[in-house]
Design a protein. Structure first.
Lengths: 207, 614
């Protein structure tokens, strides 16, 4: 790839090494690439924060592209993407969903329906929601927080299961069983997440 | 396409001065960086820095802004709009809108419109633009130069519609809005956080009508907002209401009228202010008096403070920073002068708040710093500010559930996309409903916009793939676009908020106000010259009759001709300059005559004195 402004070779960099102009995002760029981090289940948090700051200083529209409308547009796109990468990779949960997406399964999209959830998992989730609703209407805050604690433990277990399945998948992208296992765990995780959000809304006043 | 919907401007084009504006619920301020230091400008003849955010519409169509308007509020409550910020971006059917008191609203339309004297109903955007125009003029007077660019602050908790409305008001006032800056972020900037400093700060901002809390971190020149929260309908005005309610209760007044409410609220506010430095006070209103102690007031406002505490704890939790890790707590807003508020903040965060900068000024000063950072090339490599969106953005999905696309506290600018599909064979349109808020059900969240993506080619159910893309710019303002992926049919739609004005409406208002501004200035200049003509005609005729002996015949003819000409043009001139020229001609020809009159008068005076002194 060559710089759109000075024609120097940019080699996939976010800004031209010769003239410093912000470059378009190359096809196939992952959010890990955006932050310059090695792709994987685990991320060095300090390195992520540092990379985010360093890139913001270079690419943010308040800094870059002041003189050139084209560069300003690119800077805006780059920054939006950088912020998306930061938001997605900072916490382990969205990071796990994103990794699975890189393996072709986007649970945020309709493809979630393709994942069959074992009936016992669904049953448990529904039961927990019912208990939460009755605890909330009875004003039993102790029960609400006991239920939340239980779900938090399950959620941590699901995340760790997703993590190990994703690690296998990362080292062997053809491993269909690992992909399925990761998907199952993340669908469970999403149920837990929704439960905790609902529980939080109910005990907001007691924070 | 990604950047196509976002507005592009060139902030570095030299265009006069760039100012920072705090457009507050109760008071507004304007400031600019001068010789490296932010400074707020006087907004009236008395030198006050605070312009009361009150706009009065008079019978003759003139508009009065500020302290003079506030005085008129008691006598003309429905034509004097106060706390207009609370109405920004609201629809006429909002429950909150109706609860906000004495105004008469015009019916119909998507936007709140106040019925006022002297003209057609006005929207909150137009009312705010009057305040901004006044601030712009004051800044121009202080800087002796044009002001065309501004950073305007908004509560961090303002939603998309409220932000759009604020931006539109800026445009209407003839300002290029460089950035909408969150108020707590502005406050943190004002605290002189230069490149070398590091730290984590909480900003507790309790203004007249809004409450904001933000947690920020400054590391290596990047000022990052970690989380934000608050309540766009909670502020010091509620303290006044709490006091007023007790007054009404104590005196058994069940249904006060609009004028009484205005009078009582003014008395309650001054009682609140007195109680910041006194233990007790007495307020009198409606011909009655009422004693209040500080302890009593504290107990009445305690539930309101508790509400702010919930938001503070949630913001801390969202930021991932503990209160022990905080390096400082910054207070913003006049309401943080109330001792109970300071005590509460100290207790919530476990440390005494900082107070070196006047909480009334701190937001405007910070906005001025940001305006300078954005326009002054020499400051380009200083602090970079990374702000966040306060509320999650999402779409309505099956069963009325809100699907979040961009979670709250996401750094801006940002973008996100989601793919939807059709659920019927041959379905050629898809309804998209954009919502903002944290709740699971769409009905519990704020509806921002609805639109229909039509022109989807006929396909079996589930085959069409429609990607809906959200883009949030650095002002926190959202654009939405949609395209059908499988065929490449793409349709970009810029969404205007449900309770906003269309671009056409803004454009029309803008043109109207410019036309009126020219018309107004024209009429005013002519009126001034007519007054001047009346004065000079009166004097000249009187002198002609009294001192005819001092005027030779040839001079008399000249003076009389000049008088006739002014008298004729007094009523027929349409250009002020024509009349001004005639006045000057009269002035010139009668000068020798007037000098003789003066000489005689001085002579008489001296003679008189000599007589007296002898």
């Amino acid at each position: 790839m060559r710089c759109w402004s000075c024609q120097a070779e940019v080699g996939g960099a976010d800004a031209c090494p010769a003239c410093g102009k912000v470059q378009p995002v190359a096809p196939g760029t992952t959010l890990f690439d955006v932050l310059g981090l090695p792709r994987g289940v685990d991320v060095d948090k300090a390195a992520l924060e540092r990379a985010y700051r360093e890139r913001s200083l270079r690419l943010h529209p308040d800094r870059a592209g002041k003189d050139d409308p084209r560069e300003r547009r690119l800077s805006l796109e780059r920054t939006a993407l950088l912020n998306e990468a930061y938001r997605t990779l900072r916490a382990p949960e969205p990071r796990a969903f994103y990794l699975l997406k890189l393996h072709g399964l986007d649970l945020v999209k309709d493809e979630a329906r393709a994942v069959t959830v074992p009936p016992n998992v669904l049953e448990e989730v529904l039961e927990l929601r019912e208990q939460l609703d009755s605890a909330r209407s009875a004003g039993d805050e102790d029960l609400v927080s006991a239920l939340s604690d239980r779900v938090r433990v399950q959620s941590a277990a699901a995340l760790s299961a997703a993590g190990s399945a994703l690690r296998r998948l990362e080292s062997n992208p053809g491993d269909a069983a690992a992909r399925d296992e990761a998907a199952q765990a993340l669908v469970r995780l999403r149920y837990h997440h929704r439960f905790l959000e609902a529980a939080e809304a109910s005990d907001e006043d007691n924070l | 396409m990604a950047g196509g919907l976002l507005q592009i401007h060139d902030p570095l084009k030299p265009r006069g001065h760039a100012v920072g504006i705090d457009l507050g619920t109760t008071n507004s301020l304007v400031a600019a960086v001068i010789e490296g230091k932010p400074r707020a400008f006087p907004v009236d003849e008395g030198g006050s820095l605070l312009l009361p955010s009150v706009v009065h519409y008079a019978q003759d169509g003139s508009v009065i802004v500020g302290a003079r308007a506030r005085v008129l509020a008691a006598a003309e409550p429905t034509s004097t709009i106060a706390s207009v910020k609370r109405f920004m971006g609201k629809g006429p059917e909002d429950a909150e809108t109706k609860a906000l008191g004495a105004y008469h609203f015009a019916t119909g339309g998507a936007v709140v419109r106040f019925q006022v004297k002297g003209g057609p109903p006005v929207t909150p955007i137009e009312v705010s633009a009057e305040i901004l125009r006044t601030l712009k003029r004051r800044a121009e007077a202080a800087l002796t130069g044009k002001v065309e660019q501004a950073v305007i602050t908004v509560p961090a908790y303002f939603d998309d519609a409220q932000r759009q409305a604020t931006r539109d008001a800026g445009r209407l006032a003839g300002l290029e809005v460089l950035r909408l800056l969150n108020e707590p972020t502005a406050a943190a900037l004002a605290y002189g956080l230069d490149k070398g400093s590091q730290g984590r700060f909480a900003v507790y901002d309790l203004g007249g009508g809004t409450f904001d809390i933000s947690i920020l971190e400054l590391v290596e020149g990047v000022f990052q907002v970690k989380s934000t929260g608050g309540d766009s309908a909670l502020g010091g005005d509620d303290f006044d209401r709490a006091i007023a309610a007790r007054f009404l209760e104590a005196h058994g007044v069940a249904a006060p009228d609009a004028a009484q409410v205005t009078e009582l609220l003014a008395a309650a506010r001054s009682a609140k202010e007195t109680l910041t430095h006194q233990e007790t006070t007495e307020l009198s209103a409606l011909g009655k008096t009422f004693r209040v102690s500080r302890a009593e007031m504290d107990s009445w406002i305690a539930p309101l403070l508790q509400k702010t505490g919930v938001a503070c704890r949630r913001a801390l939790k969202d930021s991932g920073i503990t209160r022990e890790e905080l390096d400082g707590v910054i207070l913003v807003g006049g309401s943080t002068r109330v001792p109970a508020v300071r005590k509460f903040v100290a207790q919530i965060f476990g440390k005494e708040p900082l107070g070196d900068i006047d909480p009334d000024q701190v937001v405007a000063l910070g906005a001025a710093v940001q305006a300078d950072l954005l326009t002054n090339r020499e400051r380009q490599d200083e602090v970079l500010l990374l702000d966040v969106i306060p509320l999650s953005l999402g779409l309505e999905t099956m069963g009325g559930v809100a699907e979040k696309l961009i979670p709250r506290n996401s750094a801006i600018p940002t973008a996100a996309a989601q793919v939807f599909t059709t659920f019927q064979d041959g379905q050629n349109a898809l309804d998209v409903h954009v919502v903002q808020g944290e709740r699971e059900l769409v009905t519990d969240n704020r509806s921002l916009a609805r639109f229909r993506l039509s022109g989807i080619p006929p396909m079996p159910a589930g085959m069409a793939r429609v990607e809906v893309r959200f883009e949030v710019n650095a002002d926190g303002i959202l654009s939405v676009s949609a395209k059908e992926l499988s065929t490449g049919v793409s349709q970009a739609i810029t969404v205007k908020p449900t309770h906003g004005l269309t671009d056409e409406e803004i454009e029309r208002m803008l043109l109207d106000s410019i036309e009126h501004a020219e018309e107004d200035i024209h009429v005013r200049l002519l009126r001034e010259q007519q007054v001047e003509a009346d004065r000079i005609l009166h004097d000249a005729r009187k002198q002609l009759a009294t001192f005819s002996d001092l005027l030779p015949e040839d001079e008399r003819r000249e003076v009389e001709a000049a008088i006739d000409r002014v008298a004729k043009l007094r009523d027929s001139a349409t250009e002020s300059q024509v009349l001004a020229d005639a006045i000057k001609a009269l002035d010139d020809v009668s000068r020798p005559f007037v000098e003789r009159i003066m000489n005689r008068a001085v002579g008489t005076l001296l003679e008189g004195r000599q007589v007296d002194e002898v």
